[in-house]
Design a protein around this ligand. Structure first.
Ligand code: 2DT
Ligand code: MG
Length: 212
């Protein structure tokens, strides 16, 4: 019904550590918001379905090594290739719920030796700026209760701690931090409220460019 009133959709990004429940919560949000009559589409980065995404998948699954700067640019290119579709959906009134975005790009590459945060941000400058970034946090005790890491590259405690420190550096006024150490339903209720408020507030705002 938003299409008929020509109101734009909201761009809502989820960031956070592994096992914070991002994917579960994003799926539930899409369902609950759709049930309430919103047009919603889920996206996730990396999008492993594209040609660039397949190169990234080979890298993450440790099938291939890629030079660190080069893979950083692939992650960014994987976002840029989606921008025309994202803008079309947003202007047509569809709210986008996105599982990871440029902040993951910066936080993860920035956790490698000899990478400056400022350098890491440059390829993503100018992407559509999210209306809200929802950052899910988990204490190390709560994370430990949720079981171990998987087998993919980056899934190591020491590296993830450096990633978390980088996320802290990227926070700005558009971020809201939510403690994910609660039941799936309680967390969903909290996130649903944030998303509905964001959708209402975004309607009359322009879509700005990230980090400009
Ligand atoms: P998933 O487990 O969510 O599929 O993420 N990553 C992600 C980067 O290093 N740079 C990026 O730009 C993005 C979006 C985070 C796979 C891993 O890829 C990392 C975890
Ligand atoms: Mg993962």
């Amino acid at each position: 019904k938003r299409n008929m009133t020509r109101k734009r959709g909201a761009l809502i990004v989820f960031e956070g550590c592994d096992r914070s429940g991002k994917t579960t919560q994003c799926n539930l949000l899409a369902k609950n918001l759709t049930d309430k009559g919103e047009n919603v589409e889920l996206m996730k980065f990396p999008d492993r379905t594209t040609v660039i995404g397949k190169m990234i998948n080979d890298y993450l699954s440790c099938k291939k090594d890629v030079e660190d700067h080069s893979v950083h640019l692939l992650f960014s290119a994987n976002r840029w290739e989606s921008v025309p579709k994202m803008l079309e959906l947003l202007y047509n009134g569809t709210t986008l719920i996105i599982d990871r975005y440029a902040y993951s790009g910066v936080a993860f590459t920035g956790a490698k030796p000899d990478f400056e945060i400022d350098w890491c941000k440059q390829p993503d400058v100018g992407l559509p700026r999210p209306d809200k970034v929802i950052y899910l946090t988990l204490s190390s005790e709560a994370a430990a209760k949720r079981g171990g890491f998987g087998e993919e590259r980056y899934e190591k405690t020491e590296f993830q701690n450096r990633v978390a420190k980088n996320f802290e550096l990227l926070k700005d006024d558009d971020w809201v931090t939510v403690d994910a150490d609660k039941s799936v339903d309680d967390l969903q209720m909290e996130l649903l409220n944030i998303c509905r408020k964001t959708i209402d507030e975004s309607v009359n705002k322009s879509i700005y460019k990230l980090w400009t």
